[in-house]
Write a protein that binds this ligand. Sequence first.
Ligand code: 5AD
Ligand code: SF4
Length: 363
Amino acid sequence: MNMQSIRNIILKSHYDREDLVHLLQLRDPEKAELLEHASGIRKKYAGDQIYFRGLIEFSNICRKNCLYCGIRSAHKGLKRYNLNDEEVLETARYALDCNYGSIVLQSGELESKHFTGRVNGLLNKIHQHTGGRLRITLSCGEQNRETCLRWFESGAHRYLLRIEASNPELYGRLHPGDQKHLYSRRLECLYDLKDIGYQTGTGVMIGLPFQTIADLADDLLFMKQYDVDMVGMGPYLEHENTPFYHLRNLLPGHFERFQLTLKMIALLRIMMKDINIAATTATQTIDPSGRELAVDAGANVIMPNITPVKYRQYYSLYNGKPFINETFPDLEQSSDFPGIKLNNQIAYGEWGDSIHYLKKQGS
Ligand code: 5AD
Ligand code: SF4
């Protein structure tokens, strides 16, 4: 296909599955053109600025056993931790000191009364201690509707729950085939969250074992159809203490997964112009300036990890997670990256709600 006809596809107002499969395989210079187009759309429809969310990984205890994840419950050698309430509050205050408008409370998945009650208490305490100045996003796995509602009423207005893979068959191959890991349950939870009124976020991993380009095209169509408000997607990265580690030689290389991630971000930005899209930590694991490059491909959110340093090494989803030993939040380093002046574009002190969500609320 010549350059002009590729340009015509990039500029289409609506992509079908075939277009997406084609565009996901672009190489430079056409790939660069796609990314540039997406970056322009981000600035026009999602604002000129980048929003920060301070990420607090408050516990790595998880009841699940996803085959790709380094903190799965079967990883017995891993030290498990749980920040106490005071540590979480201190970290939330730190986010305010940094002038971040928003935080994400992330953990493994637990469904005990103790856990759900504790998260509820944390939401109340954080709002009290910070005068309601922080938007709080939760990322604590699948919960029943009652719990989701309770947390919403206690002031969690956003929720992240990645679908991981929208193809049920692929989802089945990524997870144990038991009642704890049901695709149907995950989908149900995503629809509950939206119905309750959360700004909902989902996402997928890119470059997974058994995943095809057509699966990724379908992932993009899934997010559009679900009408998502926020998305976080990043490359799949191996972890040596997982069942998937032995498949590593069958996978595309890290660079390839990274390039595919940039194209996924760009295509989603073109398809859903006013949503929030995160430049994830996993992109930075492959390339030190990965998050900045993701911003250039259409992302508009960065989640600096502000988890107290002594715990960071234990939230080990995959090998090579950056900045686990630093004594400062990771941000200072990454924004030093020459040539990309993210600093000039950062919306300090702003909540940065999804414009897509706000428009739906107003309509
Ligand atoms: N590589 C990349 N991302 C991973 N996650 C879990 N394990 C891995 C891995 N090995 C992602 C999942 C999950 C999020 C918290 O981390 O998508 O939803
Ligand atoms: Fe637990 Fe999430 Fe890891 Fe699955 S991906 S094992 S639910 S932390």
